[in-house]
Write a protein that binds this ligand. Structure first.
Ligand code: SAM
Length: 350
């Protein structure tokens, strides 16, 4: 994370992508058993980043639960991300943003857990409702260097593609096992995340091409070393719908988790539409560059020789964004943007 709320300011692409899944979360909030006792209802938000894009879905989930549970029932919202996430921006947003769900309901309590969602992050059987947006495409680690590209979705290297596919399959199963432990019986989890279409196309080709070209330019000017560029990889993987449903098999069950819904959909490229389908090329370039800086810039910066403490970090991000903006403005193109939404329910005796 770049920090200081940078992701919150540059995550409109993600915000528009999650819109179709918010209805599924609201439906889930109306369907989950809430019991008649006084135990708090727990809503978990996996991969929250600095929280901007959580406000709307979590707020809607809270309202739906509140209508059912009455005014006095406590609702606990647990935001989860990695330990180095921008939690200061998250708590500032929750306390001060007019759209914060905290402002509307005194019996709602927010907390955060800084721990990888590839392990259990909250107590067993505690979660009534789970939400995860734009996060599960991140892998637990880089399985290998990608010889021909920064992103596996645009690589032609068969060995790298196979290694990433294996890691993605293992990670998805690991993520599901952890959530199965955390959910209460009848609890539901809604996941919306980057995907590949049924032909295996991850999309974003013009953006990924610009990232590769940007890194090459930064090496040619001597700002990055060849070793740094070679090592730079975006550790994300767009699974196909078939890869998402594979663990569930014909029975639509994976352990205690039942697959309720799995749908591939395509987000509109709003940047392309908003910039007059390429007519305002500079704005097109600037907006995609800002998106790219916020979503993958800090990850690429980790591959600088000095790691997290590299003194070139901020200059790298500035040069990265400026070069991306110039390259994208030179040849605006519409992006294919595949996403998937998955709804799961915990069955069995959890
Ligand atoms: C693109 S942001 C999504 C933020 C927000 N949910 C949204 O929809 O805009 C992805 C987030 O997933 C988090 N993430 C990646 N791997 C993770 C892991 N293993 N455990 C927890 N969070 C993770 C990243 O740190 C990042 O904040």
């Amino acid at each position: 994370m770049e920090g200081h709320g940078a992701y919150n300011r540059n995550s409109q692409v993600q915000a528009s992508g999650i819109a179709p899944a918010i209805g599924s979360l609201e439906d889930a909030a109306r369907a989950v058993p809430i019991g008649s006792g006084a135990a708090p209802l727990v809503v978990a938000d996996y991969g929250c980043s600095a929280g901007r894009n959580s406000l709307l879905p979590i707020g809607i989930a809270v309202r739906a639960l509140r209508e059912r549970a009455g005014t006095s029932r406590d609702i606990s919202i647990v935001h989860n991300d990695l330990p180095n996430n921008d939690y200061a921006a998250l708590f500032d947003l929750l306390a001060n943003d007019p759209a914060s769900y905290l402002g509307h309901d005194p019996r709602v309590f927010a907390s955060a857990v800084g721990h990888s969602f590839f392990e259990q992050v909250v107590p067993s059987g505690s979660v009534t409702l789970g939400w995860s947006s734009w996060s599960v495409q991140w892998l637990s680690s880089v399985p290998m260097e990608i010889p021909d590209n920064v992103a596996i979705g645009c690589s032609e290297d068969a060995a790298a593609r196979a290694a990433f596919a294996r890691r993605a399959a293992d990670d998805w199963a690991t993520f599901l096992r952890a959530r199965a432990l955390e959910l209460r019986t009848g609890g539901r989890l809604v996941v919306v995340t980057m995907a590949s279409d049924d032909s295996g196309d991850f999309g974003y080709r013009v953006v990924v091409a610009a990232i590769n070209k940007t890194l090459r330019e930064l090496a040619e000017t001597g700002f990055l070393s060849e070793t740094e560029v070679r090592r730079m990889v975006i550790p994300t993987y767009g699974r196909t719908r078939a890869e998402f449903v594979a663990p569930f098999g014909d029975s639509a069950r994976f352990g205690d988790l039942a697959l309720v819904h799995a749908e591939l959909f395509f987000q509109e490229d709003h940047i392309w539409a908003d910039t007059g389908e390429g007519r305002d090329a500079e704005t097109f370039g600037a907006r995609w560059a800002a998106f790219s800086r916020a979503s993958v810039g800090p990850t690429l910066a980790l591959f600088l020789e000095g790691g997290t403490g590299d003194p070139r970090r901020t200059e790298f991000l500035d040069r990265y964004e400026a070069t991306m903006a110039r390259l994208l403005a030179a040849k605006p193109e519409k992006s294919l943007m595949p996403l998937v939404q998955i709804v799961l329910e915990k069955r069995g005796a959890g």
